[in-house]
Each structure stands twice: as structure tokens, then as C-alpha cells.
Design a protein around this ligand. Structure first.
Ligand code: FES
Length: 679
């Protein structure tokens, strides 16, 4: 009789013959099948669970009998009694192969499992984190063989897991001896080893088998806001998310004003470093509390940010970034201890990773967007705009990718807008204006009804109607233009010129009343002339940046547009096009990627091969410098009109009509220009 058996692992389909009596875990390793194990086959961790299939498998030409695997043994019985095994499940390290068999490896038993990202575009993230748990049994000390506890632990890790040359910090060494003795020489260790596979690091140690999980932080450090996800390093799920305002705002709203602050004030850079360190550390504590986990189980942090934030986070004076040639201290990815990012509340030996920068003004956040959206794999020409206080713009295909950064300012985030506010319940996020009656209807965050629908007042009673967020102001401005309430230059017309009393005088200009809640003690929410101006500047900067990249590629059109960024996720493509924020593109070719930079950070946290990938790709991405490029100014000026003066949205005629009245902007019917001249 043949003393081998055919084993087929699903879903990988990997198959081969193994000697009868081979444990399933060993067979999986021999055939290169992804089957997890933390305890090294000791029947403790249950990570190796499999389900044997019984019966006919015509596809494989196989019939699997009841005794294809060995009987359930004492270890499996004990595990089942203590912790419970799902029906049909076996421990792969205990069950041995006795005959031809088809074995299903459930997702939770796969080491490099693929998890589906929850976002507009479904994406799979491969799980291959740098820090993993290993269970080992260590030799006891011996008078005749004077080796240290660490050396015997390293010996056990090399024997069971082929991990050698381990380094350990003094903090870890201080826990080592008690953990080994408390666990009766059986311990679980967390070991970090990343894609550059240099010396692995011992991150933590627990007596016996550690039942807990390891977590990592994915941090998107923006100029205005800091967002962080706490991710389970076993399956990539987000255990908690939180965000807060970047406290550096008090030193300057935008990047250049923070660089100026560092230049003008001795110690200013370290003051800003201290502020951001305190903020990320607080976020880490808050996230651990929300998820109900000990902070010590957070063993990694990945950060993405723009170059100025990058330098300030690392305690580097950003002065060189304020002047040509905008030299970075380093453009490579930074691998360091998380405490160098200011994260002191988490595991003391937690490791940190900062994605590489593309160039002086195009940072790790842009690299993270590239990692998430992969323009370098695209067959068609894709324009990716990550819209925030600074816009990161990528344009390209699998052949060539260009990148630039454009200073849009905080208007798109609702800042510097008279009734602007952050996207929060009560903020107007959608706007429509009837072109005939000039009456608006809107929706606020936290309520699905439009303002002219029954029940709106009751539904919004708790939050109130408090202001306009970024997507709301975009829609309001575009709708005002389509309803003929302002002209192509962005001048708001008077009540007489536009035929609506909603256009009210506002100093020497006019404002459009979107909502008047003053009778009930609420705010008067208007769109003012200076709001329009702020949006014009922001959208012109975004358009000019995109256009500059298109010039470089000698193209006037793009095949598709991806809008990213927390705010980009909510922009209506039609309104963005009416405003002339982005170059022409069919509406159905404009998609939203949500917070792509944050997603890129999560991918890099969960998968060390993604870190290797982006480190290679950023070297291929060509950077275009907007600050010194004269054509940027030309494009910026041309982009000021609504819609764009020379390239109005071609599809506009199909979806809207654009009245172009001759406005009188002064209360007495005089044009603003004439009045200014007279003054
Ligand atoms: S490998 Fe740990 S229980 Fe099987």
C-alpha cells in the first residue's frame, strides 16, 4: 500500500503528496500553505484550525473518507472542553493525515489573510505585519552551562521559529527574568521584523501563552487635523478611530506660516514638536481606552504626513523647507522607535515607521495616497487629488507618475469661511438652489431629509443648523453660479439684479442668505463675497496644480479623476466640475477614495511588503515643483473664473444652464469696481 496521501488545501488549491501520519500543520508548511501558528504546534494557541472536507470532490477526482484524518486526540479534546472548537474544526498541529483529503483553511487561520477594506472602492489588504507573537518553551538555567536567560530564549526562537540575532532593550530585559519564571519557562514574545529584515527586535514578553492581541496605530498627521486608527494586527480590523485638531494651528494656519514661526522664534520648532507629540500621545491613549485595551499592547505606529509635519514630528527644524531648493533632511522612509514620534503612552519598545517623502513639498502623505490608489498600476491616465489644507496631486499611468503639492488653504475644510465649520452634525453639507425662485434647500449632517421636506425641523431640532462644512460651501457656490446669483468672476449680484431678496447688502458687497435661524436664536448663515473669494483661491490652486502636471505629460484631458481626503470623499463631482476645481472629465469617471492617505497608512501598518513597494515606487514618481514654476501662476489666474474661463466644463450644457446676468454689485446699483475707483 502507498504510504503517502494526497492533500489539497483550499482556498489556495495547493496540493501534494505527504507521508501518512504527517500533521496537517507540517503538510501545510511543506506545501507552502498559509496556515497560522503561534504556539509552534503545542496545541495551545488554536491558530492552526482547519476543517477537513468529507465526501466526493469530483473537481479534484477525490473521495474523502471519515478516517482521512487521525481521530481527535487528547490535546484537541482538552482544548475543546476548555475553550470550545467549532463543529468540524480540527487543530492542524494535532490532526495527522491518514488518507487523501481536502482541507479548508478558514480566513482566521491564514497568516497572510486578505481583508476587505471598508471604503468607497473595495480593496483588499494583505496581512503581513512586522510584529507577531510567538510562543516558546525555554531551557532552564544550568550551573554547568552559564548562559543568560535571553540567550536561551533566543536559542528557543531559533529552534522553533528560525528567528535569530534578536536584540532586546533594557526595558525588555527587566521583564524577561520574571516572565520566564512566572510562566515556568514557557513564554509568549512579540517580535518585530520588517521588510528590510535586519536584526529582529524583541518587543514584549508575557508568561505562558498570551491570549491578547497586538495593535498598531495608523496616523494621518495633517496640518489642520490629526486622524488615527487603532488596528488589530491579526486581521487589520479597525478597533477604534479618532481625530483631533492639530494643536500647531496656534503657531500658524498653514505650513508656510509654521515654517516662518520656526524661523522667527528661537525654539519655535521644538515648541511645535512638543505640541504635536502631546497630541498624538493623547490620541493613542484615547483610542486604547475606547477599544478597551491596555496601551502596552500597541506595538507599532505608522505615520503619514506632509514634509513640514514630518520634520516637526521628528524634531527637525523645517527651515530648509521654507526656501528653494526645499531640501528634506531625509526623503527615505524613517524606521525608528515610536517614542521618537512622541508616543510614550504605548508599549515602550513599540516601533515606528514614517513613509518616504517624494520631495521637498510632496510628502509621506502623498506617498500614502499613491500606496492606496496605485496610480503606478493604472492602465488609463488617472488624476488623484487629495484635497485638504494642502492638496496632494498625482497624475499618471503604469508608465509614469507625476506628483505635486498645491497650497489650497483651509477653505475646503470649512475654515476661513464666514459661516464655515468642520463637518459635524448640524453643518450644511448639501445645497440646491432653484434657478427660477432662487430659493435654497439643503441637508445637514446627521439628518437624511432635505430642508423643505416634512419632518426636517423636528429631525434637526437636537443638532440645530449651525454652519456650512467644506462640501456644503462647494455646492453652495456652484449652485449660486448656476442659479445666476453671481457672475463668472464670482461677484454676487444685488437683490435687484438677481431678483431675490435673499441677496442682501454686506458692506460694499452682497451675501446670499442660505438659512436665517435668527428668529429662533439660531445663526444667519450666508455665503459672502469673501467666502467666494476664498473658494476661488482654493479651487484655482487645486486646478493649477493638476493642470501643471497635465502640461508635463503634454495632455489636455485625463481619463478619470479620484477625489481623496476626508473632505474629497464628500465633494459632489458635478459641483466640483461647475466650480472648475478639477480638469474636465466625464462625471461618471470621477470617484471618491475617502481618506486615501489614512488608508495608505493602514496598508503600510498591516503589510510590510507594501512598505517595500512604496519605497521603490516613490523613487519612480517624478515631482513637479509648483512654487517656482511660472506656469502655475498662469494656470492659477485662468482658473479663477467660475467655471474655468478657457476650459469650461464641456458637459455643463447637458446638466445645467448658466445664466450670465450683468450684475450690479453696489447697494445703489453701482458696480463694485466703479465704487472702489471713486473711493
Ligand atoms: S499551532 Fe497552536 S494550537 Fe496548533
Amino acid at each position: 500500500m502507498d504510504d503517502t496521501a494526497l492533500v489539497i488545501f483550499m482556498p489556495s488549491g495547493k496540493r501534494g503528496r505527504v507521508a501518512v501520519g504527517t500533521p496537517v500543520l507540517t503538510a501545510a508548511r511543506q506545501l507552502g500553505v498559509d496556515l497560522d501558528s503561534v504556539c509552534g504546534g503545542r496545541g495551545i494557541c488554536s491558530k492552526c484550525q482547519v476543517s477537513p472536507g468529507l465526501g466526493d470532490f469530483p473537481k479534484h477526482g477525490l473521495t474523502v473518507t471519515e478516517n482521512a484524518l487521525s481521530d481527535v486526540n487528547a490535546v484537541e479534546r482538552r482544548y475543546d472542553e476548555k475553550r470550545g472548537l467549532k463543529p468540524g474544526r480540527r487543530l492542524g498541529c494535532q490532526a495527522t493525515i491518514q488518507g487523501d483529503v481536502v482541507i479548508d483553511v478558514p480566513p482566521e487561520s491564514q497568516v497572510h489573510k486578505q481583508v476587505v477594506r471598508k471604503a468607497a472602492a473595495t480593496r483588499e489588504i494583505t496581512m503581513d505585519p512586522a510584529t507577531r507573537l510567538y510562543y516558546v518553551e525555554v531551557r532552564e538555567p544550568d550551573m554547568d552551562e552559564p548562559t543568560g536567560d535571553l540567550q536561551r530564549l533566543i536559542e528557543a526562537l531559533a529552534r522553533d521559529w528560525e528567528i535569530s540575532d534578536l536584540s532586546a532593550s533594557p526595558w525588555l530585559l527587566s521583564k524577561l527574568q520574571t516572565s520566564l519564571r512566572k510562566g515556568d519557562w514557557k513564554v509568549t514574545v512579540a517580535v518585530w521584523q520588517d521588510h528590510r529584515s535586519d536584526t529582529p527586535k524583541l518587543i514584549d514578553i508575557w508568561p505562558g501563552y498570551f491570549e491578547g492581541r497586538l495593535y498598531g496605530l495608523a496616523i494621518d498627521l495633517g496640518s489642520t487635523t490629526i486622524a488615527a486608527h487603532l488596528c488589530d494586527l491579526r486581521n487589520g480590523t479597525v478597533a477604534a478611530s479618532a481625530g483631533l485638531m492639530n494643536p500647531q494651528i496656534r503657531f500658524g494656519e498653514d505650513l508656510m506660516s509654521r515654517v516662518s514661526y520656526a524661523m522667527m522664534n528661537p525654539g519655535g520648532a521644538s515648541e511645535m514638536t512638543g505640541a504635536v507629540h502631546e497630541a498624538v500621545d493623547r490620541l493613542a491613549r484615547d483610542l486604547a481606552e475606547e477599544a478597551g485595551i491596555p496601551t502596552g499592547q500597541i506595538v507599532e505606529a505608522v505615520v503619514v504626513c506632509n514634509p513640514v509635519m514630518h520634520h516637526l514630528l521628528l524634531g527637525i527644524d523645517p527651515v530648509e523647507l521654507g526656501q528653494a531648493p526645499f531640501a528634506l533632511a531625509t526623503s527615505d522612509a524613517v524606521r525608528t522607535r515610536s517614542s521618537d514620534f512622541g508616543l510614550t503612552a504605548i508599549n515602550p519598545d513599540a516601533q515606528g515607521y514614517l513613509l518616504p517623502c517624494i520631495a521637498g513639498h510632496v510628502g509621506a502623505d502623498c506617498a500614502a495616497v499613491a500606496l492606496s490608489e496605485e496610480p503606478y498600476k493604472s492602465d488609463d491616465l488617472v488624476l488623484i487629488c487629495d484635497v485638504g489644507t494642502n492638496a496632494e496631486i498625482l497624475l499618471g499611468t503604469s508608465e509614469k507618475v507625476l506628483a505635486c503639492s498645491s497650497p489650497t488653504g483651509p477653505a475646503f475644510e470649512g475654515a476661513q469661511i464666514s459661516s464655515g465649520q468642520r463637518a459635524a452634525p448640524g453643518a450644511i453639507e448639501r445645497v440646491e438652489i432653484d434657478p427660477t425662485t432662487k430659493q435654497p434647500r439643503f441637508r445637514v449632517i446627521g439628518c437624511d431629509l432635505w430642508s423643505d421636506e416634512d419632518g426636517f425641523d423636528v429631525a434637526t431640532a437636537a443638532t440645530g443648523i449651525t454652519g456650512i462644512c467644506g462640501s456644503g460651501i462647494i455646492e453652495a457656490v456652484a449652485e449660486m453660479r448656476m442659479a445666476g446669483l453671481m457672475d463668472a468672476k464670482g461677484l454676487i449680484g444685488s437683490a435687484e439684479a438677481t431678483g431675490t431678496a435673499r441677496n442682501i447688502p454686506d458692506g460694499r458687497t452682497h451675501a446670499y442668505v442660505l438659512h436665517d435661524g435668527t428668529a429662533d436664536g439660531g445663526p444667519l448663515i450666508t455665503v459672502t463675497q469673501s467666502d467666494i473669494r476664498a473658494i476661488q483661491l482654493a479651487k484655482s490652486a487645486l486646478y493649477a496644480g493638476a493642470r501643471l502636471l497635465m502640461d508635463e505629460l503634454q495632455t489636455d484631458t485625463v481619463d478619470r479623476v479620484v477625489l481623496a481626503g476626508a473632505f474629497g470623499a464628500h465633494i459632489s463631482p458635478k459641483h466640483a466640475m461647475v466650480l472648475g476645481m478639477i480638469p474636465d472629465c466625464p462625471l461618471d469617471k470621477i470617484t471618491s477614495a475617502g481618506n486615501a492617505a489614512g488608508t495608505g497608512a493602514r496598508i503600510a501598518l498591516c503589510d510590510i511588503s507594501a512598505r517595500a513597494r512604496i519605497e521603490t515606487e516613490v523613487k519612480r514618481i517624478e515631482k513637479v515643483e509648483t512654487a517656482i514654476e511660472p506656469r502655475f501662476q498662469e494656470h492659477f489666474v485662468a482658473a479663477n473664473a467660475i467655471p474655468h474661463a478657457t476650459a469650461p466644463f464641456a458637459e455643463l450644457g447637458k446638466v445645467v444652464t448658466l445664466p450670465d446676468p450683468h450684475f450690479n454689485t453696489g447697494p445703489a446699483g453701482e458696480s463694485g469696481r466703479r465704487r472702489r475707483r471713486r473711493a
